[in-house]
Design a protein around this ligand. Structure first.
Ligand SMILES: [Fe+2]
Length: 111
């Protein structure tokens, strides 16, 4: 069961993780910022949906975590390739799994 403390940890982790990708170069950082803002909008949208569906608190925590993590692979994708094109780089969902698996190993089934 997802707890509020899990959500808070992931919120903080995402904030710190994405800050690492801001390197002080305006064009690069603006692309990173674009994905941070996008993620925040997805979180707002999903919380609106959660409220409209009267979901349980724990279900809303899970939904928000999914929203926070849904594009987490975009940051490493842009850092490696300076592109958000899955077709010309790597699939951002696969990259996201690479990023979150070690960070969230307690939540993944062991191989
Ligand atoms: Fe997205």
């Amino acid at each position: 069961m997802i707890k509020e403390s899990d959500l808070q940890w992931i919120r903080k982790w995402f904030e710190l993780y994405t800050q690492e990708y801001c390197i002080g170069k305006e064009k690069f950082d603006s692309c990173i910022c674009l994905k941070v803002v996008h993620t925040k909008r997805v979180v707002e949208e999903i919380l609106g949906i959660c409220n409209s569906l009267n979901l349980k608190r724990e279900e809303c925590y899970l939904a928000e975590i999914i929203a926070i993590l849904h594009d987490v692979g975009r940051f490493v994708q842009y850092a490696r390739y300076h592109s958000f094109s899955d077709a010309n780089t790597e699939n951002h969902a696969d990259l996201g799994i690479e990023v979150i698996r070690p960070e969230l190993s307690d939540y993944f089934p062991k191989k």
